[in-house]
Design a binder for this molecule. Sequence first.
Ligand code: GAP
Length: 496
Amino acid sequence: MANDSNKPASRQARFQAIISHCKEYGFIFPSSEIYDGLQAVYDYGQWGSELKKNIKDYWWKSMTQLHDNIVGIDAAIFMHPTTWKASGHVDNFNDPMIDNKDSKKRYRVDHLIEGFADEQSATGNEQLAKDVLASMDALIAKDDFAGLKKLIEDNKIKCPISGTSNWTDIRQFNLMFSTEFGSTVSADDENNKVYLRPETAQGIFVNFLNVQKTGRMRIPFGIAQIGKAFRNEIVARQFIFRMREFEQMEMQFFIRPGTQKEWYEKWKVTRLEWHKSLDMPAEKYRYHDHVKLAHYADAACDIEFEFPIGFKELEGIHSRTDFDLKQHQEYSKKKMQYFDNDVDPATGKPYGNYIPYVIETSIGLDRMFLAVMSQAYEEQDLGTPEKPDSRVVLKFQPKLAPIKLAVFPLIKRDGLPEIAKQIIDDCRSSFRCFYEEKDAIGKRYRRMDALGTPFCVTVDHQSKEDNTVTIRHRDSMEQERVAINKLKEIVLNAIG
Ligand code: GAP
């Protein structure tokens, strides 16, 4: 039998179901929803913030704790305005945009064309979608704006608002948000604009020597950082996939010039392995080499994940050369060099002074959240013709689950709540627990399935006699009787 769940229309329906689930179960809310929300800005709720934090902690631990030669920092969002001139973002962080003259709406050209391609594949025109995307890639690589406009016109791509193809020419727009600083700086003054950082990476580059010197770091070494980034995305859609305020987990790995190819390949592999270590299926990942390289890169690829909206970029691996450090050296007039006293076998002398090359790994935390959520989400039909039944279960890897253990007294009396609360008191300092005494046990299980809680424990009258409880496993729904004093160990083993 053909698998219908892979059809674009059912993928869209699945995506919508995931979005609704996120809202209904306290994972993600539209920002300032009481005022009808703010486009492409989202808030993480009580369980979403736990899941997000668990992803963050796992990344941080894999990058810093498990690597002797990688340390973390937490730089400010605001940086000296010259940072963004040096990095090239003031001049180059642009996207080609096009306006529809009737609706006055502005679109990022690649998003408009991708939207058209998505529609085509949703209606079975896979080949046209592929051809259009291939033409777009080729034209973008050449900055051929006239060609891109022709592609839009030839395919009669319409504005989703006005429904017309009355387009302006394509122009470049900068994606950085700017603001004023204190009372002395005017935002109108181009030289004094303060930007909200569009990537966290620059906070690492400007601190390269601070960390290298105070940490006595020797090349090769890395600096990792997790933090907010801001981009004025013009067409921001697809839920948390493309937001205006988002979080990045980035690591800049400083290396000897000439070794970049080798390290680039190593980090490509290491990062894909990280994803797989979270039990994310290998077939849902692929590499996508960049056709058009960013202004700072000599090689770059995306690690793409198959989201419900198709294969899309989840993480970028970039060989950034010595571009950033060199630029900061030039603009700040401060040396950004490293003295390497390792001996070069070719000359028999130390490598000496140089500006290091950099391999960057950059993953969007919100996109990783979406990848984990869409992988975990499962609608299961558990019914029989006589007794219909179903559940939504989030099959998170236990270490990522917002709640690890839920404890239910079978009834609200006879000393059972006290035993349940004692179990929670014994475990809460080690992992997140949840107490629930309302509704039938079956209903409580379903609620925990929908939050992705891997273990539920029921305290019953037998517990009073022999200090055992029933533990129910989320994925298999199997139940077993275990000693209360073994519970903590069972959960700790599962969350590793
Ligand atoms: N420092 C390099 C850099 O920022 P990027 O490819 O522009 O590279 C890295 O961004 C990652 O950040 C992307 O792979 C994606 O996961 C995430 N990202 C970028 N723009 C985003 C947005 N508007 N919303 C959510 N995540 C975004």
